[in-house]
Ligand binder design. Structure first.
Ligand code: HEM
Ligand code: HEM
Length: 184
């Protein structure tokens, strides 16, 4: 398989970037909901620790993914049979997924450091607390909660669109993100 993208299909770098991000973000959305809605007391601690570490690393994953996109001169173009609505929805939803992920990772980090808590990143290093500034921590919490629900809706719509293209339109949208050869 080719490493780089071309005008018709994704290369290995973009495919690995996408699926690592996808699994990571789905894990963060589920663990976030588990922490906020299901757990209380000491049972929260290990979930919060992993959630914070992976969530913080997501900032760098998004930067790396965007850099990898921008360094490639040619990007895969959508299937020629896309309607005008699908072309616009594709553009808006991809931007929303990237900006939403960044907003969640940054708001989560602000919640911690402005509530006087450090972020221990897998024991490799720790982001120190800034101090207790409640209005920043509370605003970040608001963004994190509602941004989390919006991102869940966006991911469901995005995955739903991928399945629609695969099973209803029967085009290459999903196949090329799975590294399958183009048949046309
Ligand atoms: C099971 C879940 C998922 C499926 C089936 C899926 C499928 C796809 C497919 C088929 C594409 C290519 C679309 C095209 O070429 O027009 C794509 C692109 C993309 N996906 Fe996903 N995805 C999933 C989860 C996620 C998640 C959780 C995120 C992050 C929040 C994400 C972020 C993106 C982004 C940013 C792109 C655009 C990549 C680019 O511009 O090259 N995806 N996804
Ligand atoms: C892309 C990265 C991230 C995603 C997708 C994500 C997602 C979520 C979601 C969906 C929730 C549940 C919100 C609710 O129902 O109230 C949540 C809660 C939480 N997140 Fe994140 N998060 C991310 C990054 C972070 C980071 C970097 C931190 C801290 C360093 C963090 C700390 C927390 C904490 C402490 C909660 C529990 C909040 C509460 O109990 O109200 N998250 N997260």
């Amino acid at each position: 398989m080719q490493l780089r993208d071309d005008a018709k299909t994704y290369g290995a770098i973009s495919i690995v970037n996408h699926w690592v991000l996808a699994i990571g973000i789905i894990g963060l959305l589920i663990s976030g909901l588990v922490i906020a809605e299901l757990l209380s007391g000491p049972a929260r601690a290990p979930w919060v620790w992993w959630h914070k570490a992976f969530g913080f690393v997501a900032i760098f994953w998004i930067i790396w993914m965007e850099a990898a996109h921008r360094l490639q001169k040619v990007r895969p173009q959508p299937d020629p049979n896309y309607t005008a609505f699908e072309l616009t929805a594709r553009k808006i939803s991809h931007h929303f997924l990237v900006i939403g992920t960044l907003a969640l990772a940054i708001s989560g980090s602000f919640m911690s450091v402005f509530r006087g808590r450090e972020i221990d990143v897998f024991g490799w290093f720790a982001v120190p607390p800034v101090g207790e500034i409640p209005w920043i921590a509370d605003s970040a919490n608001f963004v994190h909660t509602w941004g989390g629900y919006l991102l869940i809706a966006a991911v469901l719509a995005h995955a739903g669109a991928a399945l629609k293209h695969h099973f209803v339109s029967r085009d290459n949208t999903l196949a090329r993100m799975l590294g399958r050869r183009q048949h046309a």
